[in-house]
Design a protein around this ligand. Structure first.
Ligand code: AMP
Length: 112
């Protein structure tokens, strides 16, 4: 399996604006933001998409939500949206599971 862009960011092989890191997760600013705040939260463990997670990954995925809220609080977001684009039809382009943290402007519903 070729290394994902996000694994290269985790390993500091390519640069990113990192806003949070712990032993399980990394959060960094999206290179192509769709809102004033657009941060990606990624597990350090490579999981391509939700179909590839196992029950043992449940705590890890829950931890990603904890990290998402932590970075949202650091950004002083009053409200924010968490998005997982899972699969090509849902718009996933990087096959290393990630949560988008989007905020800093009013967000419409439903998404496109
Ligand atoms: P998705 O389309 O849900 O798979 O989201 C992938 C996201 O990764 C997109 O919002 C891209 O803008 C973002 N992205 C791709 N390459 C980089 C990079 N090198 N640094 C930061 N964000 C990136």
């Amino acid at each position: 399996m070729t290394r994902s862009i996000f694994e290269k960011i985790i390993d500091r092989q390519i640069p990113a604006t990192i806003v949070y890191e712990d032993e399980m997760a990394l959060a960094f600013r999206d290179i192509n933001p769709v809102a004033p705040t657009h941060i990606l939260v990624v597990p350090k463990k490579r999981i391509n998409k939700l179909e590839d997670m196992t029950q043992e990954d449940s705590a890890l995925i829950g931890h990603l939500c904890f990290v998402a809220n932590t970075v949202a609080q650091k950004e002083n977001l009053e409200g924010y949206r968490l998005v997982i684009n899972n699969g090509e039809q849902a718009g996933q382009t990087v096959f290393h599971l990630h949560i988008h943290v989007i905020g800093g402007r009013p967000l419409s519903w439903p998404p496109g």
